[in-house]
Each structure stands twice: as C-alpha cells, then as structure tokens.
Ligand binder design. Structure first.
Ligand SMILES: [Zn+2]
Ligand SMILES: [Zn+2]
Length: 432
C-alpha cells in the first residue's frame, strides 16, 4: 500500500488511536488504522435531517444485502420481478389520476353547464390535470451529433452494435467528473452525457469501458430509465416540487386585507403541503421498490463493460472515480489563482503525481461517504469485488492507434470551452 514517496513517520502518531500516521509534505496526514483525518472536518461535521440519515442507513444495508444476493447469481439479465410489476402499476395509476381529472372536468361541464360554480370547478380540474400531466424527459438542449464527433461516434456505434443496444442519438460533453445515459425526446432516443474531466484521465481501453457501461444502460433493463416508470418518477418529483407551498401563512403586504386573505388561504396551503409530501413519499416508495432492480442493472452494465473492454480496463475505470475529490481541489486552485495552464493538463499531471498513500485516502474518503455521493450506483468496493469474482476477461473490442488518436483529437477540441464552463460553474457556487 505504500511506496517510497510515502513516509510513515514514526514520530507522528494518530491523536485518536496512537498508531503511526501516513503523511506527506504536500498532502493531508491521516491514520490508516482508524481513518482519522481521512475526511475534511467540514464534511465530517455535516449534520443531516433525521429521515435523510435513516434513509441512507437503509440504503447502505440494502446495498450490502443486494451484493450478497447478486454475487451468488450467475445470470444478471433483466427479468420481471414483483417489485417491477408493482412499480409499473403504481406508475400507471399516477397517469390514470391525470386522466380521471380530465374526465371529471368533462362531466362537470356536461352536468353543470352553464352554472358558473360548476364551470369554475371544471376549469380548476382541467388546470390541475394540466399541471400534473405526465412529464416526458426532453432532449438535452445542446448535443453533438455524428457530424461533430465522427471518430467518437464510430466507437460508440461499434459498441452499441456489439451490445445490441439502440443507437445513441447525441452526446453532450459536460464539465462534470461523471458520465450518464438518458432517454429523451419524442419518440424517446438515447443520449450520452460524458464528463470531459473524467474522460481526460482515461486511457483508450478505459474509455471503451466507460462508453460500454453507459451504452449497456440501453439493454440492462434499468427500470428507472424505462419509459413508463421513468415518466412516473419524473411526474412525482415535479408534483412534490410544484405543490409545496412557500409558506403556510403569508401576510401579503401586511394590510388587514392581506392578513385576512392569508388566513383564508391557510387550509388550501395545508392541503397542498400534504399533497406535496404524499408525492414525495410515493417517489421514495417507488425508488425503494426499484432499488434492487436498478442496482442489479448497474452490476450487469459493469459486466457487459468488462466483456467489451476487458476486465482490467473495467476495474481501473471504477478506480478512477476516486479522483473526483482531487478534481474539486484543483478547480478551486484554478479559480483562486487563475493559472494560464489548461485545467485538463494540470489535472492529469496532478493525478499521475499522487502517492499511493493519498490514493488510498481518497478511496477511503469515498467509502466513508459513498451513500452521499452516488445513490444510483452500488458502492465502488462492491462493484470492484463483483468484477474480481468473475476473473480475468480479455477485451473483445480494442482501438487502433489511428482510431484512438482521432477520438483524443476530437475531445481535445472541446477542452477550452468546457474548461470555461467548469470555472464559471465553480465560481458561481462560491458566491452562494
Ligand atoms: Zn488512528
Ligand atoms: Zn451506470
């Protein structure tokens, strides 16, 4: 675990357990025996609301149970589970609720016409139906096509073909240290979001592994990205958001009329708050039901990525996610010191220079905060373990030097633009 650049200084001992610390002049000192100082103080002290803590603990426990179950299972291909069926029914009932409101409005109009109160009630029902109508996920606002990124799309298409996945319609190069797969537009089409900071650290075969994992989301039966359930999740989060009143009592401009009007609205606000909470509870229930299925889908996507890119690249890709904290630190330095260098070059240099002790600290920091960082993917150590259990798998798709160079050149052409976006976004967070 240590290399010559790490000094386990015998005289520096952990204030908590007395074991020797791992320290390095350029990095945080920490204790490998009890994890003292692995996380910055601010992060450790972060207080969360009770339900949030309970929910996370539940997530941690479920993730561990699930890992045990999935590890014994050879076949990870999607199948119809009871939870899936229940969530589809729940999703349908959400859409039916909208339909019922429209029918109610029509009945009110038919029976009540032309009495004003009935017409108003019908309009109200129509208005609510319009507000809670099923939300389709739109296409990303801006995305790159085959004409913009011929080499990258060439690779993406080869992988899609090999996995029998639907063709990707567009790619968004984002300023995030992350990547994702989503379906949007009418009719729904797949889009990839690829974070340039993450891509900049990957070698050719790791890029193949990342693309394969994301494209595999088109065939792994991830229920949360399916049309019906995906739309229900989208609707529920929207309801929870629009129905939540800003305040139960609002005194308006402070005048007597304002106060009276505010009082009059209190029952309505209470009903809205309850409905908002109900939507949120349904959203959580749905996610809870789908948890097993979506995590199984993630393990399956990892397995498919290993089949395409080889298990070595699939595993080192997952390891690369630990550099996210390094990227945040570096972005902070760039915003405060404004160096002329390229953020991406600097990131690569900093990542290559990390001593083993610091890499291990980043890994442990992620493990300690796993459930906070990523709710959609299983804990990194479980993903690694699952791939390791399967043994060595050779790559079935490799890049020629020309292909790899062409992809790298296309990505490099977008670095300056994304560099700006990263610094702008980071600067914006400093002022809030
Ligand atoms: Zn210690
Ligand atoms: Zn995934």
């Amino acid at each position: 675990m240590t290399d010559p650049s790490d000094a386990i200084e015998k005289e520096k001992r952990c204030p908590d357990c007395g074991e020797p610390l791992i320290s390095h002049p350029d990095y945080r000192s920490w204790c490998p025996a009890c994890d003292w100082n692995v996380l910055p103080k601010e992060e450790e002290a972060e207080e969360l609301p009770l339900y949030e803590r309970l929910y996370r603990r539940l997530g941690d426990r479920m993730a561990a149970d699930l890992f045990k179950k999935v590890a014994e299972q050879h076949n990870l291909t999607p199948n119809v589970s009871a939870a899936r069926l229940i969530s589809i029914l729940l999703a349908l009932s959400i859409h039916v609720a909208t339909l019922l409101l429209v029918i109610l409005a029509l009945v009110l109009l038919y029976v009540g016409w032309p009495r004003l109160p009935m017409v108003l009630l019908a309009l109200l029902a129509l208005g609510i139906a319009w507000l809670i109508r099923p939300r389709l996920t739109p296409k990303p606002e801006r995305y790159l096509t085959r004409a913009d990124l011929p080499a990258l799309f060439g690779l993406v298409d080869r992988i899609s073909q090999q996995l029998s996945a639907p063709a990707v319609a567009g790619i968004v190069l984002t300023p995030e240290f992350n990547a994702s797969y989503g379906v949007g537009g009418v009719p729904p089409q797949p889009f990839l979001k690829l974070g340039l900071p993450l891509l900049s650290l990957l070698d050719d075969q790791e890029k193949v592994a990342l693309l394969s994992h994301e494209i595999a989301h088109g065939v792994n039966g991830d229920p949360t990205r399916g049309f019906l359930v995906g739309m229900a999740l989208e609707s529920l989060s929207w309801w929870a958001y629009i129905l939540r009143p800003e305040a139960i009592f609002n005194s308006g401009d402070g005048s007597i009329q304002g106060l009276l009007f505010g009082l009059l609205l209190v029952p309505l606000m209470v009903i809205m708050l309850l409905l908002s909470k109900l939507s949120e509870a349904m959203l959580r229930l749905l996610l809870y039901l789908l948890f097993y299925d979506s995590q199984r889908a993630e393990y399956y996507a990892d397995r498919l990525a290993a089949d395409v890119a080889g298990s070595k690249a699939a595993r080192s890709l997952i390891d690369t996610f630990h550099y996210s904290r390094l990227f945040q630190t570096l972005t902070h330095t760039f915003v405060t010191n404004n160096p002329a260098a390229s953020l991406f070059d600097a990131f690569k240099t900093a990542a290559d220079a990390l001593p083993q002790g610091e890499i291990e600290r980043l890994r442990r920091a992620d493990q300690l905060t796993q459930s906070r960082l990523d709710v959609t993917h299983p804990p990194t150590n479980f993903r690694q373990e699952m791939l390791a259990r399967r043994g060595e798998v050779p790559p079935s798709l490799t890049l020629s030097t020309e292909e790899a160079d062409a992809v790298a050149t296309e990505l490099a052409a977008h670095e300056a633009q994304v560099h700006r976006e990263i610094l702008d976004a980071y600067e914006a967070t400093l002022y809030y």
